[in-house]
Design a protein around this ligand. Structure first.
Ligand code: ZN
Length: 417
């Protein structure tokens, strides 16, 4: 889930989807027979989609084949894009769920299981790299879960263990909010928020317990100091489940080159986010410039509603946001590919993957990436840039599978002691 810092200040909550009325796309990208064959031979793993918000709030059915559905992920779209495994994001809005983070976490976990139960032929719950391979052989989408924001554990290590037992296989140490044991990049400059200079002692314990359980430590969203603390403490590889490169786009959610090299040394993977605001500097600047207009439009609408004795809903806000954001030209697909390329060059091709943030970025993706069905376009673009079939398969999924296996191995080792 990505909400620009400016919007975060304005909004108490945003509905995750009802994606975009997108401006016209670029001419259709042609996927060659060779690219198609490479793509079909890969186990494609995406480490971040916010679709559970839709399951819960909109009663969205992942089996939907509605051609007008604005969402970026469905079983049909996954099939067309040869998506093999999705980490569904269990994201609890910290501002609207105060006092019951765990309850909402459980509700979202339940929503993923319910979808899998409804579609046993097309989807199965998965908890390990081996499960993902099995789902692949059975031509089903492997459904995994990652918690987005350490506030979900309510400062209780037992709750962390319960989430693992329910199948959660990664946790992002923070979302855009600093919690009681880790600083976030989302509010690090806000003097009203109490910060900890990275991870507290309890935060370090959380990281080690995640290592012991076999839950991947995810450092997307965290403040820079939290990143360095987590890297120093962890005994297993980490991921940045949905972040891009800061050398190309100056967003605090993106990773510096030093961080990329540290993740490489740690054996981890940075999964590139598909959000235009993280992948294209022109888009990011335009979004920043638009923030005032957006704030004014929202305030005006809120005042109107108030005058009528009504309150503005999250959907209203989302609609206003989309109306304005869609006025910014969509960047080309090459913006996204540039980040894969940059991370492959700086960290190595073993340390880059895909973390779309589908259904969490208000439809703001580059041209040629409307939904999971467009994933083969990435393979085509990488092929065009001279990547080998072997390296493309690593980027599409093998790197993430390697991290999962290594995290599983470290867990077994720690539990034997
Ligand atoms: Zn996010």
């Amino acid at each position: 889930m990505t909400i620009s810092p400016i919007l975060l200040v304005l909004f108490s909550s945003l509905s995750a989807t009802q994606a975009p009325a997108r401006p016209a796309n670029a001419p259709e990208i042609t996927v060659s027979a060779r690219a198609r064959a490479i793509h079909e031979s890969a186990i494609v793993v995406d480490t971040h989609a916010d679709t559970p918000q839709r399951f819960l709030d909109e009663n969205f059915d992942i089996g939907s084949t509605d051609p007008h559905d604005p969402g970026e992920l469905s079983l049909d779209k996954a099939r067309r894009g040869n998506l093999g495994a999705e980490f569904f994001s269990i994201w609890v809005d910290s501002s609207t769920n105060e006092g019951h983070f765990a309850q909402h976490t459980f509700d979202l976990i339940d929503s993923v299981y319910e979808q899998a139960a409804r579609h046993p032929d097309g989807m199965m719950m998965a908890f390990s790299a081996t499960d993902i391979e099995r789902a692949h052989r059975e031509h089903k989408l492997a459904a995994l879960m990652g918690i987005e924001g350490g506030h979900s554990i309510e400062n209780d290590i037992r709750l962390l263990r319960d989430y693992y037992r329910l199948g959660v296989r990664y946790m992002t140490l923070t979302w855009s909010n600093t919690n009681e044991w880790a600083d976030s990049s989302g509010d690090i400059d806000d003097p009203k928020v109490q910060h900890h200079n990275g991870l507290t002692d309890f935060g370090k314990q959380v990281v080690l317990e995640m290592n012991r359980l076999g839950m991947i430590v995810d450092i997307s969203h965290v403040a820079d100091k939290t990143f360095w603390d987590a890297i120093a403490v962890t005994k297993a590889p980490v991921i940045a489940s949905h972040s891009s490169a800061r050398a190309l786009v100056d967003a605090p959610r993106n990773m510096t080159d030093d961080m990329l090299r540290a993740v490489a040394k740690n054996g981890g993977v940075v999964q590139v986010n598909f959000f235009s605001g993280f992948d294209d500097e022109n888009f990011r600047k335009a979004e920043e410039a638009q923030a005032k207009d957006l704030a004014a439009a929202i305030q005006q609408y809120a005042d109107q509603m108030k005058a009528q004795g009504k309150t503005m809903t999250a959907d209203d806000r989302d609609r206003i946001e989309r109306e304005l954001l869609t006025k910014i030209p969509r960047p080309p697909l090459s913006s996204l590919i540039d980040h894969i390329d940059h991370i492959a060059k700086v960290a190595g091709v073993e340390h880059v993957g895909l973390g779309s943030d589908f259904d969490g970025i208000s439809g703001q993706t580059p041209q040629g990436m409307d939904s999971a069905a467009d994933l083969p376009n990435i393979t085509q673009a990488l092929l065009d840039r001279g990547y080998s079939a072997e390296d493309i398969r690593k980027i599409l999924g093998e790197n993430t599978l390697r991290v999962m296996r290594e995290v599983e191995r470290v867990s077994r080792e720690m539990q034997m002691k």
